[in-house]
Design a protein around this ligand. Structure first.
Ligand code: 5GP
Length: 121
């Protein structure tokens, strides 16, 4: 699998400070910020700072410190966002996953009932 990374993607620009964002949490290896088009009352994107295109790229090639930092940040975002009643974490990947931005990001959605995971059919 070729995980070629395009450093002109919008999240790379956010990480370089070229585009503003509403930061929820920043750690050594991870940034969490509000999605620009929220699909639920809570809609936060958690991204590693490293150049990983997708969840599988991140899990295969990131270092232990990056992986630990990322998932601890996810936990902290959930704590901060007040999603005690539940939430959904989504990582879209490539064509079949309909990934729009080719920098790995985990959507954290909550604040209301989110319905079934996928539409029937
Ligand atoms: P994907 O379809 O790749 O999983 O999701 C990309 C997400 O990035 C979408 O939910 C979209 O609203 C969000 N997004 C796209 N451009 C920007 C941006 O410039 N800033 C922020 N905060 N979110 C963005």
């Amino acid at each position: 699998m070729d995980f070629a990374y395009d450093d002109q993607n919008i999240f790379a620009k956010i990480l370089r400070g070229e585009i503003p964002n509403r930061t929820v949490l920043e750690t050594e290896h991870t940034l969490a910020f509000e999605d620009i088009g929220p699909q639920a009352p809570v809609h936060v994107l958690v991204i590693p700072k490293g150049p990983y295109t997708s969840l599988d790229h991140f899990c295969q090639e990131a270092g232990e410190a990056e992986i630990t930092d990322f998932w601890r940040a996810v936990g902290e975002v959930c704590r901060m966002s007040g999603v005690e009643d539940g939430f959904r974490a989504i990582a879209n990947a490539r064509r079949d996953g309909v990934q729009e931005v080719p920098h790995f990001h985990l959507h954290i959605l909550g604040g209301k009932s989110l319905g079934r995971m996928l539409p029937a059919g």
